[in-house]
Write a protein of this length. Structure first.
Lengths: 341, 341
DNA sequence: TTGTATGCGTTATCAA
DNA sequence: TTGATAACGCATACAA
C-alpha cells in the first residue's frame, strides 16, 4: 500500500500534524524530531498524495489544453510545437500539462466543462479560435483563467488574453511578394471558414490585390481543412479550373506542402510554373525540396508566451494589455521561383 | 464561487447524499426529486469536482507520460505521433493524459516519483527504455501500473508489459537490402549508447554484415542524438573519414534526414553516390526528396496498443504474455538509389 | 426513498 | 514544540 502521513505518524509516534509540518520544513518543529520523521519518511518511501493536496489547496498546478489528437493531426506541427512550448514553459514553473484529446465524435464543450468546470486544471489554453467561440464564452462567464492562441474574428471583441500573429498583414505581404515577382493570377487556399483567422487571411489577400490594382476573383479562393491532403486536392482543383494561375498561397504550411505535390501531379513545376507560399514556417518548410516560401510565426515562443501569460492570469498578476499581436515575417525561399519579367 | 453538492442540497432542501445519488442516476431516488434536483443542478451550472472524486475513489482516470518537450524535440515525430496515439486512445476510454515535460536540467526520477508516487495518474507510459532503466525499476518495485515502448537491453530481463519493434531484425534487413544493392561499405549512425534499443540495432547491423560475409568495422559506426543536426554531422564525419562508404543507415528518420543533407554538403548525391536508410517511417520520410528508405514501425498504433494495454493493467485484466514484439518492415524508396552491378 | 456518518490525505487554525 | 480538530468535495455503508 501507499504510504501516508498517518503511516509515518504511527511509526514515529508523532501526530499527523507534526509529521506534516516536519516534512513541510516548518521551523516550529524540534530539530531532532524533524530528523527522525524525515528519516522514517524516506525509509518508507513517502510521497505526498498530490490529489489530496490539490483538493485541500484548491489548486492543481496544472494547465490544460483540449486538442485534436487523432492520426490525421499527427503532422500538424503547429500544434505539436505549440504544445512543446507550453509543456516546456509549464515545467519551468513546476506546472504539468493535462491534455484532453478532442475526438471529432465528442462534444468539445463537454470536455471544457468537465476539465475546467471540474477543477482539474488551474487554467486553460485555447488554440485556434472559432468565429463566435463558445469555449471563450464559457470560460469567460465562469471566470476560469485562460489564454488564447489567436484572437476573435473581425468585428468581434477580443476581451481576453491572447497572442496572435497579424495574419492579415501576413497574407498581404505574401500577395505583394508574388505581385512583385510578376504574378497576376494568385490562388488562395483558406482554412475552414469557422476558424477566426480565416477571415483575417482572406482580408489580407484582398488587401494585397487591392494595393496592386488586381481584381479579386472569388473563383480563385478555396477552402481546405489545414491538412496536407486537402492542400493537394484544392491546389489540383484550382489549377485545373484556372490554368492561368501562376501562384498559390496556402494558409498553412501543411496545406502548402500538399499543394506542392498537387502542382507536380498536374505536371507542373513548383517555383517555375507555379509559385507556392505557406504560413507558419514549420521545420519542414526549410527542409522540403524546393524549400517553401512562407509566413513565419514563432510557434514555440507563442506557446511559451501563452503559458507565462496564463500563469500570470492564474496568480492574478495579469498585465493590463490583454492582447499581443505579433508582426508576421515573410520568408522567401525556393518555392517562389524567380522573378518574372 | 463554484457550485458544489452542498449548494444544491441547500437550494433543493434535500441532503447532500440524495443530491449525489440523484445526479449519479441511482434508481433508489424518487423520480420527482431526481428531476427537481437535476433541474436545480443544471440551473446552477453544477460540475462535479473531479479532484474530490479522485481523492475519494483513489483513481484519476488519467494516464501519464514524462517526455522531453524542449524546442529541440519539436521535430521528434516519433514522440509526437506516439503521444497522439496515446491521447487518442485514452480519450476513447474517457481517460485524460497528463504530460510532464522532462527538462534536461531536472532529475527525471524526481518527476516519476512526484507524478506516479503522488497519485496523479493511474498509470504511466514509459518510452525509450534505457539500459538498466531506473524508471522501470522504480515503477515495478512500487507496483505502479505502467507499460513500455521498447524493451530492456539485450541480456536484461523484460519482465513488464511492453511493445517493441524487433529492430535487430530491422537493421539486418536494411543491411541485407544495401548489400543486395551492391554496397560493401555501409556506415551506421546509432542512437545514444544509453538507450536500450541501440544495442539491438547495432547487433542487427552486425548480423547483416556477417550474413553477407562482410567485415564489421568499428570505424564505420558512430553515435548521434536522434536529432536532425547530429545526423548531418555524423554523416559528414563518416563520409570525410571514409570516402569508400556508399551507404549510411541512420537509426531514426530524423537523423537520416539530417544525413541526407550531410551527403549533399559533401558534394554528393543521395541515392546515387550514397544510399541512405532511416528508421521509423515518419511522414516526412515519404515526402522528402528523394524519398527515404526506412524501417517502418506503426507508431500511432503502438501508442494505441500501449494505452489499451496500460488500461488493462490498471484494471487488473492484463494478458499473460507481457511483451509484444512487432515485425519490422523495410520500405524501399528513392534514397536507396538503383541497384549497382 | 431519504438522511447520517465516515473517510479519502492533506494542511491550517487554534489550543495545550 | 506538539496535537486535536476541521475542512476541501465527493460517494458510500448503513440506519431510519
Amino acid at each position: 500500500m501507499r504510504v501516508t502521513l498517518k503511516d509515518i505518524a504511527e511509526k514515529s509516534g508523532y501526530s499527523i500534524t507534526t509529521v506534516s509540518r516536519a516534512l513541510g520544513g516548518f521551523d516550529d518543529v524540534n530539530e531532532g524530531t524533524r530528523k527522525r520523521i524525515v528519516t522514517i519518511a524516506d525509509d518508507m518511501g513517502y510521497q505526498p498524495n498530490l490529489i489530496a493536496r490539490q483538493l485541500r489547496d484548491r489548486r492543481t498546478n496544472t494547465i490544460g489544453i483540449i486538442a485534436p489528437m487523432n492520426i490525421e493531426s499527427a503532422e500538424d506541427d503547429f500544434f505539436n510545437i505549440l504544445i512543446k512550448g507550453i509543456a516546456h514553459t509549464a515545467s519551468l514553473h513546476r506546472y504539468d500539462l493535462l491534455i484532453s484529446a478532442q475526438l471529432p465524435s465528442h462534444d468539445e464543450m463537454d470536455a471544457y466543462r468537465r476539465i475546467a468546470g471540474g477543477n482539474r486544471v488551474d487554467g486553460l489554453i485555447v488554440a485556434r479560435t472559432y468565429r463566435d467561440d463558445p469555449r471563450i464564452a464559457y470560460l469567460s462567464s465562469n471566470n476560469i483563467p485562460f489564454v488564447v492562441s489567436g484572437r476573435s474574428a473581425p468585428g468581434e471583441t477580443s476581451d481576453f488574453h491572447y497572442i496572435d500573429v497579424d495574419s492579415q498583414t501576413g497574407l498581404r505581404l505574401a500577395v505583394e511578394h508574388f505581385v512583385d515577382y510578376g504574378h497576376q493570377h494568385i490562388g488562395l487556399i483558406l482554412p475552414p471558414a469557422h476558424l477566426a483567422f480565416t477571415a483575417y487571411r482572406l482580408k489580407g489577400y484582398q488587401d494585397g490585390l487591392d494595393g496592386a490594382g488586381l481584381p479579386f476573383r472569388e473563383e480563385y479562393v478555396t477552402y481546405g481543412d489545414l491538412h496536407r491532403e486537402s492542400g493537394q486536392q484544392q491546389a489540383e482543383a484550382l489549377i485545373q479550373a484556372h490554368p492561368e494561375l501562376t501562384a498559390i498561397i496556402a494558409c498553412n504550411d501543411l496545406m502548402a506542402l500538399g499543394a506542392m505535390r498537387g502542382v507536380r501531379n498536374c505536371g507542373l513545376r513548383v517555383g517555375e510554373d507555379i509559385a507556392i507560399c505557406g504560413f507558419d514556417d514549420i521545420p519542414a518548410a526549410q527542409h522540403v525540396t524546393p524549400t517553401l516560401t512562407t509566413i513565419y510565426q514563432p510557434i514555440f515562443e507563442i506557446g511559451e508566451g501563452l503559458t507565462t501569460r496564463l500563469l500570470n492570469v492564474i496568480s492574478q498578476e495579469a498585465p493590463i494589455e490583454k492582447g499581443i499581436l505579433l508582426d508576421p515575417q515573410l520568408v522567401i525561399r525556393e518555392s517562389s521561383g524567380k522573378k518574372r519579367v
